[in-house]
Design a binder for this molecule. Sequence first.
Ligand code: SF4
Ligand code: SF4
Length: 290
Amino acid sequence: DTERLRKPDWIRVKAPVSKGFKDTSKIIKDNNLVTVCQEAGCPNVGECWSQGHATMMIMGEICTRGCTFCNVATGKPDTLDAFEPGRVAHAVEKLGLNHVVITSVDRDDLKDGGAEHIAQTIRAIRHRIPTTTIEVLTPDFLKCGPEALETVVAARPDVFNHNLETVPGLYPEVRPGARYFHSLRILQRVKELDPMTFTKSGIMVGLGEDKQSVQQVMDDMRAADVDFLTIGQYLQPTPKHHRVDRYVTPEEFAAYERAAWGKGFLMVSSTPLTRSSYHAGDDFAELRAN
Ligand code: SF4
Ligand code: SF4
């Protein structure tokens, strides 16, 4: 069935027209940076960028994986740009961010999966703006030794985020090349290495999962000591990508949210437009204030 479902009203978002949006675009462009906001065609870009909240995507625009929900190109990536960490730090300062989310493509072509580059980016931001809290959204380092993850954790991000993306039963069709229990183990290992680092993960719904499996994923995350959870509606970036199985209703999202609080997550966002980096800074600031 290739027919595309009509988007429900709760998915529609405002067009990006504000001055803040233009300022953010300029800072991103001037520093020659890539954002996941643009690459993923995120529906929140108007809202986030009007407040300067852009999520940088480092290590290039070409990924070595080909997840079927993702709009990033698959292929042989370019060599790493040694000046990128500095440019990211500069942009974070210009944007005036209290909290920054840094994500990346997957670099199975590099021996350390890009761990050192991620660590350098964390250090560059910390050096330039020590008060900004840093969240990294990392690859799974599936083909690397344990030292890759250790390198990232040693750079002490405030939040270590690695998305499980979907329920285990859908991995072969949604995240080929990734392993559910490996990703879960990454999250658990971060807590073992540094219990002070908050861990975060998320899934998309509407890919064909059943509710029971979503509950199971939440339990698995808590068993791996994951602190923060995000659940959002999957949107199909182009007709070539995994189809939307259904639009999960706001009431169902609210029910997932209630279940998640009950399971002991410290922070939960579960709405149709929730993305891994959506309101990440506000939520984190609120948590630290309490
Ligand atoms: Fe960018 Fe995240 Fe906001 Fe989407 S939710 S626009 S990816 S910061
Ligand atoms: Fe997209 Fe990340 Fe999958 Fe690469 S690893 S295809 S960037 S979701």
